[in-house]
Design a protein around this ligand. Structure first.
Ligand code: NAP
Ligand code: MG
Length: 407
């Protein structure tokens, strides 16, 4: 294959590099699965922890702004520093989570979905299609205030208007003895951004959008979520959904859970913050392996950032540093790249880029279905004589061979 044969990209993808084992795999994926086939246009940001420290985290802000400029980004996993990391990397300070910073700048919602292969059967066996979860990542109990009530007294909820109007006051409980109190909030603006991101991604994926709250019990708070979604749907999406042959469906959270379990999958499920926290972990484990979960940040303005749902796989990296081979799974990283390439190709109207990304996805899935897989998958795959553990590099080479056959 000569350089002239390579598929050309029209516009730029923002590439965000990261840390530890995922940084090692990131490089292999580019060198073995992308560069030989594609003439890539990349705007590169190194979010490795050292670089973030050197730039006082400015590099993270620059990367987020680059996604705003180009519309599409792909990100490797990054370390969110804690005290141990500050010591390990001799950091100036405990820098904030890069994902949090990027999400705040893009005002986005994170959607997670599994990569499905025939020889890994979900815990719920009739789930034939991926279930994608969108979690509202602002407010509710994650931004609460709590009081340990020491003894008898009155617990109240008070809102004081800025314009000097009359405060609104309700009694939560007349305590006869010790107890607990909690105050939570959300904003119309945040809920509306969440709704916009959900409608945007459901349409992008041509999947029905489900949304669920507990509005029968929480008649003002949870009902507000329902009303904001309804209004946004009526105003901006109803016709687009109809034309695409997809539906928006609202139901109670408990009804949604019951229906999802009985379903064959295939929907995008929008969840409030806490529901999304719980349900995404449940689905992640039900679909088999964390290393098979992809993640995409969708902003209400239509910017997309693709990544793997897992972290930097620190334990494997320490083995790698000692010179040991590891069987770390690059599938979600590969699918982060294919997600970004498909989106880029779709926006640029370059179907050959989309087709390449699909071929890479198929080659990756075929490799696992042919029994060549990393150790995490071997533990959950349907037993077969064909199954063989591959180290990371062997696994990527096997994918490259499958891809070349079909390129
Ligand atoms: P992790 O990197 O997701 O790994 C947890 C465990 O899950 C691993 O030790 C491994 O299990 C398994 N695993 C995850 N991904 C795998 C893969 N691709 N292949 C094979 N096994 C895989 O989580 P962590 O160890 O708790 O966090 C490490 C660092 O990642 C932290 O510094 C954290 O801040 C960061 N993090 C970043 C992101 C992000 O950038 N999106 C997300 C989460 C965490 P075994 O050890 O049993 O093999
Ligand atoms: Mg959780």
């Amino acid at each position: 294959m000569t350089r002239n044969d390579k598929i050309k990209m029209k516009n730029t993808i923002v590439e965000i590099d990261g840390d530890e084992m995922t940084r090692i795999m990131w490089k292999m994926v580019k060198e073995k699965l992308l560069f030989p086939f594609l003439d890539m246009k990349l705007d590169y940001y190194d979010l490795g922890l050292q670089k973030r420290d050197e730039t006082n985290d400015q590099i993270t802000i620059d990367a987020a702004n680059a996604i705003k400029k180009h519309g599409v980004g792909v990100k490797c996993a990054t370390i969110t520093p804690n005290k141990a990391r500050v010591e390990e990397y001799n950091l100036k300070q405990e820098w904030k989570s890069p994902n949090g910073t990027i999400r705040a700048i893009l005002d986005g919602t994170v959607f997670r979905g599994p990569i499905m292969v025939k020889n890994i059967v979900p815990a719920v066996i009739h789930w034939k299609k991926p279930i994608i979860i969108g979690r509202h990542a602002y407010g509710d109990i994650y931004k609460n205030q709590e009081i340990r009530v020491p003894g008898p007294g009155k617990g109240e909820l008070i809102f004081t208007p800025q314009d000097g109007g009359k405060p609104i006051k309700v009694t939560i409980q007349d305590f006869k003895g010790p107890g607990i109190l909690q105050g939570i909030h959300n904003t119309d603006k945040s809920i509306n951004s969440f709704a916009k991101s959900c409608f945007t991604y459901a349409l992008d994926q041509k999947k029905d959008l489900w949304f669920s709250t507990k509005d029968t019990i929480s008649k003002t708070y949870d009902a507000r979520f329902r009303l904001v979604f309804e209004a946004e749907f009526k105003k901006n999406w109803e016709k687009k959904f109809k034309d695409a042959g997809i539906e928006y469906f609202f139901t109670l959270i408990d009804d949604a859970v019951a229906r999802i379990i009985k379903s064959e999958g295939g929907m995008l499920w929008a969840c409030k913050n806490y529901d999304g926290d719980v349900m995404s972990d449940m689905l992640g484990s039900a679909f088999g392996s964390l290393a098979m979960m992809t993640s995409v940040l969708v902003s209400p303005d239509g910017f997309f950032e693709y990544e793997a749902a897992h972290g930097t796989v620190q334990r494997h990296y320490y083995k790698y540093l000692k010179g040991e081979k590891t069987s770390s799974n690059p599938m979600a990283l590969i699918f982060a790249w294919t997600g970004a390439l498909k989106k880029r190709g779709e926006l640029d109207k370059t179907p050959e880029v989309v087709t390449f990304a699909e071929k890479l996805e198929n080659a990756s899935i075929k490799t696992v279905e042919n029994g060549i897989m990393t150790n995490d998958l071997l533990k959950v795959a349907t037993p077969s004589k064909k199954n063989k553990m591959a180290y990371t590099e062997e696994f990527i080479d096997a994918i490259a061979n499958n891809l070349k056959k079909n390129y």
